[in-house]
Design a protein around this ligand. Structure first.
Ligand code: ADP
Ligand code: MG
Length: 449
């Protein structure tokens, strides 16, 4: 790494987001607009200038102080949409937290006197005022005139206007150990500008929100909209995991928009051909042919190998969570359950341990096909399986050690791999890397024919 007067230069491959427009004055300059994503491709003699490439592949020099380095959001677990929410604390504790006095400093706690209600505590001219927030018919109110869907909307309202309180809300008292999600996404270069996002039409219904086709600065994007505050909180973790991942076979995060009102928009690349399940179903496996099915298996396997190598566990791998791009590349999506394996534990062994059906069967998530990333038996099966028992009934049997017959039309070499993946003993089960190597071999030698 090159170092300039103590400051470490950004290495090649670093991603930056433009903070301002740059028109460029010299011929070698690369002009850009605020919000553009640029990738560093080298240093120049001047530490304030870098060689960079834009998303269209155009190269040139850029001024470092016009751009912001983009980083992975690491503190996923601590990110909060409501960092001012302190849960069940007493009136005294709240007053201590709001000390020293600072007019407009506030927090929200659960009411001790009225279970189910909340209390808004605001510091005002040396005194702390406690306002009861009543919960009535699914809505929240302080004055019983103005009602709100959730605490975020309420806080947003009183941030703009005191509206009867002793002061408007100015500064949140952050709960210890939390980071305001919005600030963190901005700081790390992942916050997008709502004004530049056009929502065009709904293209999917997810468990927790709609997926909408959008246009972000001239590019088609998919936008996952999460309107419910508690769910949004869960998806913050998903988005923060996605900031750390970059692979051609993972659906790429483009950015996040956190709205004051508690809505969350997760913007990703648009996958024109939809989910792999629908793709396989609507076109038919025999029509698609062996090469295509093998290519999809390989695509997914490469993504999973990348996660495996980087100590991430997906835990919800299934064909419905794989999307197909315009140019027929399969990419894994839905990182809602993805976890970074803790670095404090034995990382060399962890992925295997974490992903074993034995370890996770108990924690089976309600919409998981399989609780973990067992090297892709279900997925291979899903890609090749055509008829007979519904897959939902097949999978539990496979988990118990039952090895089903080869799906119709499944090449023997692929079926062999499937069987290896079904091995319940994790020591014998192939890793995604081995699986990928074998699939590549099958492809290169055209053994799928
Ligand atoms: P859930 O996991 O809650 O079901 P998904 O994120 O899988 O929600 O999205 C639901 C559907 O929306 C998908 O099956 C797919 O058809 C569509 N979809 C999701 N993300 C994209 C995307 N990036 N591009 C195109 N379509 C998408
Ligand atoms: Mg899904």
């Amino acid at each position: 790494m090159t170092s300039f007067s103590g400051k470490t230069a950004w290495p090649t491959g670093t991603e930056c987001v433009a903070k301002y427009n740059f028109q460029g004055t010299m011929e070698q300059d690369l002009p850009f607009s605020k919000g553009d994503v640029l990738t560093i491709i080298g240093v120049t003699k001047d530490p304030n200038w870098y060689k960079a490439k834009n998303t269209l592949g155009r190269e040139g020099t850029i001024p470092a102080n016009y751009v912001q380095k983009r980083e992975g959001v690491k503190s996923g677990g601590k990110l909060s949409l409501m960092p001012w929410f302190h849960g069940k604390i007493t009136r005294d504790q709240a007053e201590r937290l709001l000390y020293p006095p600072e007019t407009g400093l506030f927090l929200v706690r659960e009411s001790t006197n009225y279970p189910g209600d909340y209390t808004l505590c605001v510091s005002c001219e040396g005194k702390v005022e406690h306002y009861r927030i009543i919960y009535h018919n699914g809505k929240l109110s302080i004055d019983e005139e103005e009602y709100f869907e959730n605490l975020m909307q309420l806080v947003e309202h009183y941030t703009k206007d005191a509206d009867g309180l002793c002061t408007r809300l100015i500064k949140p008292k952050l709960m210890e150990g939390t980071v305001a999600a919005q600030d963190e996404f901005s700081r790390s270069g992942w916050a997008l500008n709502m004004k530049e996002l056009k929502l065009i039409q709904t293209i999917g219904k997810g468990e927790f929100g709609d997926v909408i086709l959008g246009d972000y600065r001239g590019t088609k994007v998919a936008v996952k909209c999460i309107k419910h505050d508690a769910t949004a909180q869960a998806f913050i973790a998903e988005a923060s995991v996605m900031t750390q991942l970059r692979h051609n076979n993972l659906v790429q995060l483009l950015g996040v928009i956190v709205e004051d009102r508690g809505s969350l928009f997760i913007v990703t690349e648009f996958m024109a051909k939809g989910s792999l399940v629908d793709y396989l179903r609507s076109r038919g496996r025999t029509v698609l042919g062996g090469e295509c099915l093998l290519k999809f298996s390989l695509d997914v396997c490469e993504a999973m190998e990348y996660l495996e190598v980087n100590n991430f566990v997906h835990r919800d791998l299934a064909a419905r969570n794989v999307l197909v791009s315009e140019d027929n590349i399969a990419k894994v999506s839905d990182f809602g359950l993805t976890k970074e394996a803790s670095s404090t534990q034995d990382t060399a062994k962890l992925p295997v341990k974490w992903t074993s059906p034995e370890a996770l069967r108990e924690k089976l998530c309600f919409y998981c096909f399989l609780p973990s990333d067992i090297p892709s038996p279900t997925l291979l099966l899903e890609i090749y399986y055509q008829q007979g028992l519904p897959l939902k009934e097949v999978v539990p049997r496979v988990e118990k050690g039952y090895k089903m017959d080869a799906p119709d039309g499944c090449p023997a070499v692929v079926y062999d791999l499937m069987k290896q993946c079904w091995t319940l003993d994790p020591a014998v089960r192939p890793s995604f890397r081995m699986l990928r190597e074998k699939l590549q071999h099958i492809r290169a030698k055209e053994l799928y024919l």
